[in-house]
Design a protein around this ligand. Sequence first.
Ligand code: SF4
Length: 202
Amino acid sequence: MTPPLPRTGLSAEIAACRLCAARFAGTATAHAPRPVPWFAPGARVLVAGQAPGMRVHQAGKPFLDPSGDRLRGWMGIAPEVFYDLSRVAVLPMAFCFPGYDAKGSDLPPPRVCAETWHDRVMADLGELPLTLLIGGYAQKWHLGPDARGGVTQTVAAWRAHAPRVFPLPHPSWRNTAWLKRHPWFEQEVLPALRARVREVLE
Ligand code: SF4
């Protein structure tokens, strides 16, 4: 069973982090940091994402939004499996909502977050049999030069990384047109992804 909120050890340290308070106060949303750590040693799947959006910031639970619904559909798992800490860990490039710019677009995840926390979280998690790299920021961080060509090129080269790593586009509604333009993603990548998720969660 998943505990209500994982707030012990490193997770508790991250939840108390306020490194970006001044930065967030200066955004159009002028919000305070609210880190959303969601991981525990022993997980089988790592969801390496971008950063919480406004809805997750308010809810305090990762992927509790339409992007999360789409991602769970891609993975072929129900919410109770996704939120089972013994099975799925979430490690975004920033644990807090970065805020909106003046035009209402999401700001990029502050790099200081990954620089501060990533290595420690990865050491805590140990080796996982499956990692999903969601969006350009996570792909560049984890794949380095292999992600230089951008998200489309990196996702198209998924066979170079599978079955342990799957680069994916962000499941946001903003990428619905991308999904239509690239039908191979649903036809080829998703069946392989679902098979691998089933395999590692068995
Ligand atoms: S984004 Fe990361 S570094 Fe910045 S306040 Fe939140 S947890 Fe701390």
